[in-house]
Design a protein around this ligand. Sequence first.
Ligand SMILES: [Zn+2]
Length: 306
Amino acid sequence: MKEGLAIGVDIGGGSIRVGVYNVKGVELRKAVSPTPKNLNNDSFLNTLKTTISAVWENNESYTGIGVGSPGPLDNERGIFIASANMKGINNVPIKDFLEREFKIPCSYENDANCAALGEAYFGNFQSASSLLILTLGTGLGGGFVEAGKLYSGYLGNGIEIGHTTAVFDGRLCGCGQRGCVEAYFSTEAFKGSYLEKTGTQLKDAKEFFERLDANDPIAFEILKFGTLALAHAVRGAIHLLNPEAVVFVGGITNAYNHFGADLESRIRSLIFPILNDRLKIGVGSGFSGSLGAAGLVFSKRGIRNG
Ligand SMILES: [Zn+2]
């Protein structure tokens, strides 16, 4: 019998991805379902149950289920409160539901926190004693892990670095406030700024970076300012948390060659020299969110990388 496997669940607006992992982070099986189009609490929980059942084997022993989703959420009670990208979700009791259905413990955190834990346990920076993760994607998320333990804040909504202020009274952010760094460095920010400046609606981040490849000065200006805003946000976080490593993950890191060197040198020029000498900065391993969520299970049981 295979002992101590974890089930990791990554919930997103497009799909629900489930994987079975051993303590070394090796994926044994996976299942992916599209997030229901007609989304409500019942259709969501049904899909969640069916997708987990697809990887479940009765002769295996599971330590638990780890779940990551966008927020806001309540990690203590295990409730998915709502999500801007998943309209129809309204206070879903994920933890209670899964523990009742599958009779094993369930841990639940926001997806950026899961990504941070996954990197700390299985990723390129697993030797770092403390690690700040930034997820660069549709939005801009953050997570912090120290000595193998996730810092998730009161009820699980901590390290929302995307909603720290880059520009007083600046661009409108998806959260309803103005001037957040997410409104300057994220897929939505790049598309929105490009639309404002040119009247052209871009489809995705890939299209934005194609404009850069074509030497579009407007795209260049947007990225340059976004990188500056991000560097200042990271500076603030470094001075608050003093991490050993700052790690970037998420879809936008596919274009790291466009901004990575500028970002890293700006960050290094903005922080205390003593921190700069010791700090590691780089791109994460780019593994699936479900592995990060499985890390949640191992973290609760104090198991670190086999
Ligand atoms: Zn915001």
